[in-house]
Design a protein around this ligand. Structure first.
Ligand code: PGA
Length: 245
């Protein structure tokens, strides 16, 4: 094994109904052999967390939420508190995903509060960072990554367990991932910018074929997978790439 324990997170986004989520969780449970060295996490949408959590309880699969509220329990209509998710078996939460930054107008400040809420609830934050195409073209990638990291982490202690997901916005939902050179460079930048220990994973159009490259790259501690995590054989192939690392 290279370095830290590899982590593969399947982000189901808002693609599946409750019935479909339950079906996929059951299929994965049957199809995925207990991994020897890879941590595997699935992130269903909120309405499926309880049912999927029950299906995968006591298995090698772990549960993640796709978001949490930026504050603790109280009078906040429509939010979901990290403190209420932890007892459901939620071990991780994806925070600051570019879709939420764009579609839910999330700011770095709100994301910092969500990161802090997770740490307080003993949920490991998966802080998503990444530049847009325009930011990359204008040479601002490093500045953007620095800002997202510094602001996103400013409210938690340095020793809090943490995952950073580098997801260049233009590579999400695209035809193929960013190039290996670009991803490696960004991971080097992130490591240099980080003032603490964290696993740093890559996300953006990963599939079973491209996973072989990521698994061979010691800087990349794992993957945040969107579409390919909805396909049992693709997801299995991605895990396999890390298991044979
Ligand atoms: P994708 O999504 O794998 O479908 O590009 C990745 C993500 O948004 O986390």
């Amino acid at each position: 094994m290279i370095g830290k324990q590899p982590l593969i997170i399947g982000n189901w986004k808002m693609t599946l109904s409750l019935t479909e989520s339950v079906r996929l969780a059951r299929t994965l449970l049957e199809a995925i052999e207990p991994p020897r060295q890879t941590e595997i996490v699935i992130a269903p949408s909120f309405e499926a967390l309880v049912s999927v959590g029950e299906i995968i309880r006591d298995s090698a699969l772990k549960l993640a939420a796709q978001d949490v509220a930026p504050f603790g329990p109280g009078a906040h209509t429509g939010f979901v508190a990290a403190a209420h998710l932890a007892p459901l078996g939620v071990a991780y939460a994806i925070l600051g995903h570019s879709e939420r930054r764009l579609e839910a107008y999330e700011t770095d400040g709100m994301i910092a509060d969500k990161v802090a809420a997770c740490v307080a609830a003993h949920i490991i934050p998966v802080l998503c960072i990444g530049e847009t195409r325009a930011e990359r073209r204008s040479g601002r990638t490093r500045t953007v990554l620095r800002r997202q990291l510094q602001k996103g982490l400013e409210k938690i202690p340095k020793n809090a367990p943490l995952v950073i997901a580098y997801e260049p916005v233009w590579a999400i939902g695209a035809k193929k991932p960013a190039t290996p050179k670009l991803i490696t460079e960004a991971h080097e930048n992130i490591r240099a910018l980080l003032d603490r220990s964290a696993r740093v994973v890559y996300g953006g159009s990963v599939d079973a074929a491209s996973a072989t490259f990521f698994a061979a790259e010691p800087l990349i501690d794992g993957l945040l997978v969107g579409r390919a995590s909805l396909d049992e054989s693709q997801f299995r192939g991605i895990i396999q790439a890390y298991e044979s690392r």
